[in-house]
Write a protein that binds this ligand. Structure first.
Ligand SMILES: [Zn+2]
Length: 486
């Protein structure tokens, strides 16, 4: 459910003199202090009209507290003053009559040991490395409008390299963003390995800090192939730049990821490999560029998770197969695991509204919309193919349509669009399948060709006997050398 915002007007490393004066200037300076590193941040702000502006400080992100990593916030000799509020993460900046205000602060790392999943969103600032989400290091004015922003690293060690949501290198990097999206950025500097490529004239880069058994070029190739496949699917290449970072964390086969502006941050333990799990994470998250990020979702958005998450899982696996990143056998093994989990789940008919109310059932409940949407997408694709209609066309036109202003991904527009793929008599079933009141039918075809269905009956005995019909697929003999057609 992570969001990646990809398409924003961004100018990379342009000469500042060619551009209008920025509304905000940030300078990041890594400073060695005894045996640690800290990050000094210098900010220049042009207030427009008002006498005072609220500043938002890094507080917490993804449940991980960062507030204690900020110190020494002060204004520099301009007549401006800072006034605390009752909320420790908000401070008034009084600047009556001033056309420019300068303030500075320091950020330090809040952990002493290894980065682990669960504290990975907190800034990493240590000798040889700064890795930070904008949410953990940026103090920003609380203004609703987009501002012109200029960011650069200064006084940096000569062997350091730099990558961020807004480009590569020390800068100055120029961008125009709302403060919400500016904080949704990713910043990396230090002893990095970087690889770059081009997808339809736009730079795609990977920046890594850590060591893994795979070659850096393998990760770049994976990112490139997924981005190409997904942009081609939508025939949408309107992306200024894209960065994937990989940061080594502790743990055993641990993997995390977070979608950021024009970028994706990966957190991988040293034993992770480029397997289906990692490939799917990237393909799913990059697909959110069209399915969820540049589009609004109806509220509460859990009502459409079956589409935004479940269909993202379906398309992620599809793109991996069609790009040759997984084999048809791997595709079916992964799908069969999903079918088994769905059709043996006690949450089979858990409604979307239950999910909103905080469903009991933990991960099984959370995963239900993903499974339901993934299987339903297969069924709709196969049903559509049987009558000469294409799920891909319906999904593509739907998503491109809801990208227009004041549209949103919503069940009341999705259901009529998808119903076209079903025979008329089946169309009334769709609402129950999607809402969860009716379980999907295990005997409905998931493929138009290439795979054969077999049904197994499984029993589980708790207090009362439970019986499950579980579908699974294997490749048709004739299709091993042809194509699996999801
Ligand atoms: Zn997702």
């Amino acid at each position: 459910m992570k969001r990646v915002l990809l398409s924003l007007p961004i100018l990379f490393a342009c000469s500042s003199s060619l551009l209008a004066q920025p509304d905000l200037i940030y300078r990041f300076t890594p400073v060695a202090e005894a045996d640690r590193l800290v990050l000094d941040v210098h900010v220049e702000f042009v207030p427009h009209g008002s006498d005072s502006t609220l500043l938002n400080l890094p507080d917490s992100y993804g449940g991980q507290e960062q507030f204690g990593g900020i110190s020494g916030l002060r204004v520099i000799a301009s007549g401006a003053t800072l006034v605390p509020t009752e909320d420790r993460s908000r401070v008034w900046l009084r600047h009556a009559g001033l056309s420019r205000v300068v303030f500075t602060y320091r950020v330090h790392e809040r952990r002493s040991g290894t980065v682990e999943l669960g504290d990975h969103y907190r800034a990493v600032i240590r000798p040889g490395l700064v890795h930070a989400l904008g949410n953990s290091i940026l103090i920003v004015p609380d203004v609703p409008d987009s501002l012109d922003i200029d960011v650069a690293w200064t006084d940096t060690p000569s062997d350091w390299r730099f990558a961020s949501s807004f480009g590569l290198g020390v800068g100055p990097l120029r961008t125009r963003q709302t403060m919400r999206w500016f904080r949704h950025s990713l910043w990396l500097g230090g002893d990095l390995r970087m690889r770059e490529t081009v997808v339809n004239d736009r730079t795609v880069a990977v920046a890594m800090h850590g060591s893994w058994s795979f070659d850096d070029r393998e990760l770049l190739r994976l990112v490139r192939t997924i981005i190409q496949a997904e942009r081609d699917f939508f025939d949408d290449h309107d992306f200024p730049f894209f960065l994937v970072t990989a940061l080594q964390i502790g743990g055993d086969n641990d993997q995390g990821g977070t979608g950021r502006v024009n970028s994706f941050g990966l957190f991988l333990s040293d034993d992770r490999t480029i397997d289906l799990r990692l490939k799917r994470l990237l393909a799913h998250e990059i697909f959110h560029a069209w399915n969820g990020d540049r589009t609004e979702r109806e509220s509460p958005e859990a009502l459409v998770y079956w589409f935004t998450e479940g269909f993202a899982d379906y398309y992620a696996r599809r793109f991996l197969l069609q790009s040759g990143l997984i084999t048809p056998e791997e595709y079916l093994d992964d799908l069969n695991a999903n079918l088994r989990e769905y059709f043996t789940s006690s949450m089979l008919t858990m409604s979307n509204t239950t999910l909103i109310d905080g469903a009991p059932g933990g991960r099984d409940a959370q995963r239900m919309p993903y499974r339901r949407g993934d299987i339903l997408a297969h069924q709709l694709a196969a049903a559509g193919a049987a009558c000469g209609r294409s799920l891909d066309s319906v999904v593509r036109s739907y998503l491109l349509d809801v990208m227009r202003p004041s549209r949103a991904i919503a069940n009341n527009s999705l259901l009529p669009a998808l119903a076209e793929l079903l025979p008329e008599a089946d169309r009334p079933l769709l609402e129950g399948w999607v809402g969860g009141s009716v379980s999907l039918d295990p005997e409905r075809a998931l493929f138009s060709q290439g795979a054969e269905l077999s049904l197994k009956e499984r029993r589980r005995f708790y207090l009362f006997g439970e019986r499950f019909v579980v579908p699974s697929y294997r490749l048709s003999q004739a299709e091993r050398t042809v194509r699996l057609r999801p």
